[in-house]
Design a binder for this molecule. Sequence first.
Ligand SMILES: [Fe+2]
Length: 163
Amino acid sequence: MGLLSSIFGKKEKKVDNSSNVNGVRYKEDLIEGILLEDHKELFKIYGEILEQLDRNDFSGVYENLDEFKSQLNMHIYIENTQLYTYIKNYFNEDASQLKFIEQVQNDMDGIADAVSNFIEKWIDLEISSDNKEEFKKELEGIGKVLTKRTKMEEARLYTLYQK
Ligand SMILES: [Fe+2]
């Protein structure tokens, strides 16, 4: 299945109301097939950047930073339009779940901004052998935040996505 059709889903002939909360369709493979795979892909790119840094392949680092940024943005877009929309509707009468969902969605906006600022900063500074240790330290900081975040999503947030 192509990326777009896997994101937006194909029209199904049968209408199943139990899997449709206020017009947002439940997608069987959203967590396992898309969001968890995205997390793996993001950490794969992160690992590649560290390796490229070790061998002073700075153009490779920039290519992967760009890739990382677009994959992360796409991931956040899918979470916002498919995951959060659905679970907010699903739990619309459960104030404490809703509070949690909105809080973690806001936190993610902050993390995405931090990643974006980090990448923009290092595009301006230009990574070289002189400053690569400083870059690496900041990158590892981003890696730590994202590790903690994805663990929380996988253990708590994604389990709220149910029929
Ligand atoms: Fe995520």
